[in-house]
Structure formats: C-alpha cells, structure tokens
Write a protein that binds this ligand. Structure first.
Ligand code: MC0
Length: 150
C-alpha cells in the first residue's frame, strides 16, 4: 500500500540558491543534505510537515553532480522544475512487484539506496502519464515506522 507522498523532487541548477529561495519565501529549513554518487546528485531535503502515521513529507531539491546524470540531462532539456514525485510505502519490494505485474516498467530489478538510507525504485514516466514516479521505503530511524525487516 502507498500511504503518503514522501517527497516531490525538484531539479535545480544551483542548490544553495534554491535552498535560500525556499527559506526566504516560505520559511522552509533544510532537514538533511547528502550527495548520492550513484544517482549523480547533491540534494537538500526540506521537511514540510509531519503526518498522522508519524511520517513526514519533504521537498527534495536536486542539483546534478555530473553531466551524464539523469537530472543533468533533464535540466538541459527542460530547465528547472518538478522532476519526480515519490510515494511512501512500508514495502517497496512488494509494491514494485505488484506494479510490474500490471505491465508498468519498474526501472530497477532491486531497490537501490536513496535519501537518508531509504530504499527506492522508479517507474518509467512514459508508463505513468508523463510523471517520473518513485517508490520509497524510509529507513526506520526517520520515524515513519517504515523499513522494518529490511
Ligand atoms: C525523462 N523523461 C521524463 C523525465 N525524465 N518525463 C517526465 N519526468 C522526468 N523526470 C522523458 C523524456 O522527456 C523522454 O521523453 C523519455 O522520458 C526518455 O528520456 P531520456 O532522458 O531520453 O531517456 P533515459 O531512458 O536516458 O532516462 C529516462 C529515465 C531516467 C526515466 C529512465 O531519467 C531514470 O532512470 N530516472 C530514474 C533515476 C533518477 O531520475 N534519479 C535522479 C533522482 P520523449 O518524449 O522525449 O521520448 S535520485 C533521487 O531522487 C534519490 C536520491 C531519492 O529520492 O532518494
């Protein structure tokens, strides 16, 4: 079951300037930053709100770290903007399996490591009405109660 919007991924050219925009305009503060070399991005997670299940939703600001990354390619073609949405689930493996069974392309055979130690996979945007869609099981430490048994 998909239980929440985990985050909205926003591609940007200058992470620090974009973080400052969200701070100055809306008062959102950086909750976490990291670089994910496999995905070719540097990111800032802005925590937007807590949810009834103890989880949270984030804005994920993404700056590419290399020219051959998916985000760099997307920015070159589209400019800055919403890059993907991510749904939270306690069972990313099971969800991916079920969705694959519906004929939708799941991009990874096995979930990979995402932000804050989460486990993630992606669905092809061409099979999702133009939206690159991510499935996320958070690491247990983030308070969502997800990630148990992984
Ligand atoms: C590409 N397309 C998109 C899109 N990216 N459509 C909507 N949203 C996007 N973000 C469209 C293109 O416009 C093109 O359409 C078609 O898909 C093929 O795109 P391409 O770039 O030419 O082709 P590929 O196959 O090289 O790449 C597309 C693909 C790739 C979705 C497979 O971007 C991918 O593997 N993405 C998943 C990984 C990712 O995005 N990582 C960065 C975030 P036309 O009509 O021109 O054919 S990492 C992250 O977010 C982690 C850290 C986390 O959350 O924890």
């Amino acid at each position: 079951m998909l239980t929440r919007i985990d985050h909205i991924g926003i591609a940007c050219f200058d992470l620090d300037a974009t973080v400052e925009f969200y701070r100055a305009t809306y008062g959102f503060e950086v909750f976490h930053t990291e670089t994910n070399e496999e995905q070719g991005i540097r990111e800032a997670m802005l925590r937007i709100n807590g949810t009834d299940d103890g989880g949270a939703s984030y804005l994920q600001l993404l700056e590419p770290t290399r020219e051959d990354s998916t985000v760099a390619k997307w920015l070159a073609r589209n400019g800055e903007g919403v890059h993907h949405i991510a749904f939270g689930t306690a069972d990313v493996d099971g969800e991916a399996e079920q969705i694959r069974g519906k004929g939708i392309r799941v991009l990874y055979d096995e979930p990979r490591i995402g932000s804050m130690g989460s486990r993630i996979t992606f669905l092809h945007p061409k099979d999702c009405h133009g939206v690159l869609t991510e499935l996320v099981t958070s690491a247990p430490a983030d308070g969502t109660g997800e990630g148990q048994g992984h």
